[in-house]
Design a protein around this ligand. Structure first.
Ligand SMILES: *Cc1c(COP(=O)(O)O)cnc(C)c1O
Length: 430
């Protein structure tokens, strides 16, 4: 057994001072049992915890660290920017440079506004869509996560899918009523909501590749059909690319599938590890934002010079090195193929969804195309698998309903150790 002495001590202290001992719920390991490990440092493909354990990192800060930890160019840019002050609250050149670069990289984005997190980006994009269209309702998909804004914490009510029910206390019924829930990959469920709410829908927001119910790919026609419906009905189509942006391609899922949304929300990789988000899209919509237009949105630390410096180096690197995506694809394919071989040898029949450097191993025999099918996974098995992988030095996302993220720092040696750990962990399950 790996030692968790120092982590457990920290966790027990943390619970006195921080709700649940963590600043973001999934980190608490509640879905997999056991105490979370506290990370002290990370370098390249590895994280080191407070007890001196070393893990191959397959979360990479939930996406941002696509180049692995401790990228020298990014760290240098951060240090240099910090020496010119941590914050101005006034315009700075880096903001202009990153905006220009984002617009160059993300095909549908003509203007962009920087914020401090993915949550802020999606909340702002929805307000903008409402202000722009003069309509109030939005459509989202069951199992898609768009940050913790009130409008998004809504599950489908039993029976009438038109009646949103809050997923969290504190979200008002009024807010819930304005959020309509459709089923991922089910265009009929979207058409139905549109027909039942003619002329009332401001926006449709979707993860163009879902990553927050585990990795779930859109079916070949699905995004195109959404585009058609939104164009026909005057609905603002929002791709939430907080996860997929700069990851599945330099221009995100919209580039990969060649379907253009009206607005795009971004986060994670865009800040190179610093807290950054952004939303952007068509000029005519973006110009509705204050001070150009009437829809208010602001931020004391938005466009923060240190954060912009980190993001700029990250995005320049991805823009200038298309081979990053080839490499990420190849590495991830090797991991996935290795896992598949292990499963086959053990005659175990599970599902793996994979696109680019995102993948999920679901402990179910069903194909996984939406939240309903994702939920057929055996969570007990996942929990044993997770803990066994941790013991063997591989740090996975501590929930079945999360995607794993591969970084360019993972080399053949780490691929081999991941596949080996997977084999041992699966063996322990059968
Ligand atoms: C992570 C994520 C968010 C929220 O971003 P935060 O920076 O955690 O607020 C929103 N949408 C998607 C698709 C995400 O993966």
């Amino acid at each position: 057994m790996i030692s968790k002495k120092n982590s457990s001590q920290l966790f027990s202290k943390a619970q006195n001072f921080i709700p649940g001992g963590v600043n973001s719920p999934v980190r608490a390991f509640r879905a997999v049992g056991g105490d979370p490990v506290f990370i002290k440092s990370a370098r390249g493909a590895f994280m080191f915890d407070e007890d001196g354990n070393k893990f191959v990192d397959l979360i990479n800060s939930w996406g941002p660290m696509v180049l692995g930890h401790g990228n020298e160019a990014i760290e240098e840019a951060v240090v240099n920017a910090a020496k010119r002050s941590l914050s101005f609250g006034a315009p700075n050149a880096a903001e202009v440079e990153i905006a220009e670069l984002i617009i160059e990289m993300v095909p549908s984005v003509e203007k962009v506004r920087m914020v401090n997190s993915g949550t802020e980006a999606t909340m702002s994009a929805i307000r903008l869509a409402r202000g722009f269209t003069g309509k109030e309702k939005i459509i989202k998909f069951i199992g898609c996560y768009h940050g913790h804004g009130d409008s998004f914490l809504i599950a489908a009510g039993s029976g009438a899918a038109t009646m949103g029910v809050p997923d969290s206390p504190g979200v008002t019924k009024g807010t819930a009523l304005d959020t309509l829930n459709a089923t991922y990959n089910d265009i009929e469920s979207v058409q139905q909501l549109v027909d039942q709410n003619k002329g009332k829908i401001a926006a449709l927001i979707i993860e163009p590749i879902a990553g927050n119910m585990g990795c779930v790919l859109p079916s070949p026609q699905f995004l195109e059909q959404l585009r058609e419906i939104c164009t026909k009905e005057g609905i603002v189509l929002i791709f939430d690319e907080v996860m997929t942006g700069f990851r599945v391609a330099k221009g995100g899922a919209q580039e990969l599938y060649n379907v253009m949304p009206d607005l795009t929300t971004m986060g994670k990789i865009i800040g190179g590890g610093m807290p950054v988000g952004a939303y952007g899209g068509k000029k005519e919509i973006m110009d509705f934002i204050s001070p150009q237009g009437p829809v208010y949105q602001a931020g004391t630390l938005s466009g923060n010079p240190v954060a912009m410096a980190a993001g700029l180096v990250m995005l320049h690197h991805l823009n200038d090195n298309p081979s990053v995506y080839t490499q990420l694809n190849e590495t991830t394919t090797s991991i996935v193929n290795g896992i598949k071989l292990n499963l086959k040898e053990l005659n175990l029949n599970y599902t793996i969804n994979h696109v680019g450097s995102m993948f999920s191993l679901f402990f179910t025999d069903n194909i996984v195309t939406d939240f309903e099918s994702a939920k057929t996974s055996n969570l007990e098995i996942f929990s044993s698998y997770f803990n066994s992988m941790l013991e063997k030095g591989v740090y996975l996302a501590p929930s079945q309903y999360e995607t794993l993220f591969v970084s360019t720092a993972i080399t053949n040696a780490e691929v081999a150790s991941i596949v080996e750990a997977n084999k041992g962990s699966l063996l322990a399950l059968v």
